[in-house]
Design a protein around this ligand. Structure first.
Ligand code: NI
Length: 226
């Protein structure tokens, strides 16, 4: 399931990010691709661990920590430090799957990629092409969101970024290890939580709603690994 998470960053925050990224030192993205993926990847990336990547990444992590839709959808246990990329001049990333285990540089930590995230930092009308295409059970879905919006998708899926034929596509991307590893279980919890939130404003004292909330927490208690 693809889950759009809107307004992770405000338009003002996006502007601030873009101003800093415009002056950044971008590197060839192929340097960090796996052996198979390397030949398919023609984009630019910000150096991991650079002061700018860390500062902007931490800002994103702070925003996500206060974003109820993200918490509900991802049930995050660990989040890989956000990375940044730029596609231009026909740059693309061919069909690939993300690595299952991601070592966090400079630490002993490994993040299992349950969910992949792309946070768009360019508006769709700033570039042509550059669609994130994700293979799923119902075929290929193409994603191109507004600046400041993010998509979550299962890291198990094959996906690609089509060539950017005009302008520049700047984005942040990272991976999430969820407390609930199985996507089907996470989807049940997400649907249940959304239904409970939808009922909550006008019926907080209904016994049925209290029971549904109990079911949510007892399923989470059963499935969560922390
Ligand atoms: Ni990928």
């Amino acid at each position: 399931m693809l889950i759009p998470i809107e307004n992770v960053l405000s338009k003002d925050e996006v502007l601030h990010f873009r101003q800093q990224l415009a002056a950044a030192d971008w590197q060839d993205g192929a340097m960090t691709a796996g052996t198979l993926a390397r030949s398919a990847k023609t984009n630019l990336q910000l150096e991991d661990g650079s002061a700018l990547a860390v500062a902007l990444g931490n800002h994103i992590l702070r925003k996500l920590g206060n974003h109820p839709a993200f918490i509900s959808a991802a049930l995050p246990h660990r989040i890989f430090p956000p990375k940044f990329n730029c596609y231009r001049n026909g740059g693309a990333y061919g069909l690939h799957v993300d690595s299952a285990l991601m070592a966090v540089g400079g630490t002993e930590l490994t993040v299992r990629s349950d969910l992949s995230a792309t946070l768009f930092l360019s508006e769709p009308d700033e570039y042509d092409g550059g669609e994130l295409q994700i293979d799923g059970p119902f075929g290929v879905q193409a994603v191109k969101l507004g600046a400041g919006d993010m998509v979550l998708y299962p890291s198990s899926s094959l996906h690609q970024v089509t060539p950017v034929t005009r302008g520049e596509r700047i984005a942040s991307f990272f991976w999430i290890q969820s407390m609930v590893q199985q996507q089907e279980d996470r989807t049940l919890l997400f649907d249940l939580d959304r239904a409970i939130q939808g009922l909550t404003p006008d019926s907080t004292t209904r016994p049925d709603l209290i029971t549904l909330t109990q079911v949510y927490h007892n399923l989470l208690r059963r499935w969560a690994v922390t």
